[in-house]
Design a binder for this molecule. Sequence first.
Ligand SMILES: NC(=O)c1ccc[n+]([C@@H]2O[C@H](COP(=O)([O-])OP(=O)(O)OC[C@H]3O[C@@H](n4cnc5c(N)ncnc54)[C@H](O)[C@@H]3O)[C@@H](O)[C@H]2O)c1
Ligand SMILES: [Zn+2]
Length: 350
Amino acid sequence: MIVVPVELPGRPYDVVIGAGTRHELAPVVTGLAGVEHAALVTQGSVADAGWLAGLDPGVPFEVDLIEPGEGAKSFATVEELCRRFARRGMSRADVVVAVGGGVVSDVAGFAAATYHRGVRYVNVATTLLAQVDAAVGGKTGVNLPEGKNLLGALWQPEAVLCDTETLRTLDEREWRCGRGEMAKYAFLGEGPPDASLLELEVADQVARCVGIKAAVVAMDEAETGRRMVLNYGHTLAHALEAGAFGRPGDLAHGEAVAIGLLFAALLARRLGRIDDARVDLHREVVVGFGLDPRLPAGSDPEALVVAMGRDKKARHDLTFVLDGPRGVEPVHGVAVGDVVATLAEMETVR
Ligand SMILES: NC(=O)c1ccc[n+]([C@@H]2O[C@H](COP(=O)([O-])OP(=O)(O)OC[C@H]3O[C@@H](n4cnc5c(N)ncnc54)[C@H](O)[C@@H]3O)[C@@H](O)[C@H]2O)c1
Ligand SMILES: [Zn+2]
């Protein structure tokens, strides 16, 4: 079992990684002052995969199922959850337990952040993507039809349990999605970026990524600066996910991030921040993590630019997180023309 602390000033918490760590849930929950009930928020596929069997929060609990898919990351789902909490008299002292991937932790975390102006929550992360990224760091929220993650709250979990046994039932696509986020970490850690992380045991892979994220979050919880680097590859990714290319749902988050990483590299080269070799390295790393960096066929550059302008990082101009001589950092004031030209430069899937 590996414990990675998230050293937030005044309220640190642990990410507990390894086989069987879901069974640490009871000590975590019963260790919370005053807790009497838990709302265990999850999805049918997590239950069907067997991961609720024997899962014990140590206090009486109800299971609240939400629908699968990015479409369930909506305000309507949060309202429905909170209404269920209210109908059974859940109090401020009770706890929400999110058992699932990033959709569950984003939605359940946001419900926890807002119900009674905030109740405590614990993440039991059951996808690779949630373990290496989504379940850690306190960003919770839902989508609007206008864009990804436009409603949300910063609300930290009490603990995160990353049980690597649960990854056994993930399909290949969901593994790939997690690796898309891991490719991002390759550019945020120490040393030259490569895909050698994949040679480690899976728990060590998760721990390495969580360690990078935890350090960044502890330094800048509210994303006033450094935390923006965790959005590397994400500006275009969110636009692609929002369906700007006309086929919403075609790309999963991690797949979109992989495309966004190569786009960011090409844009950085256009702005004179990196050279050809560094662009090639981005391509190698993304492919090394098993992902396709090509733009989906039919992508509409204009629609993508509009969607990117709505991205939360945008102020009045376009902002991107880009590689450069000082490493990966936010760059404000990127001209629309450079963005469009970079999109045109990208290889597309036919
Ligand atoms: N809050 C953050 O910091 C953050 C960071 C990265 C991504 N995200 C968000 O995370 C979401 C993507 O998360 P995801 O990739 O985990 O997708 P997901 O939550 O949709 O999970 C994918 C599918 O796998 C199923 N599943 C979950 N665990 C399983 C298991 N152990 N076995 C079998 N099936 C299982 C789910 O029910 C779902 O159908 C996106 O909405 C993204 O925006 C959030
Ligand atoms: Zn992401």
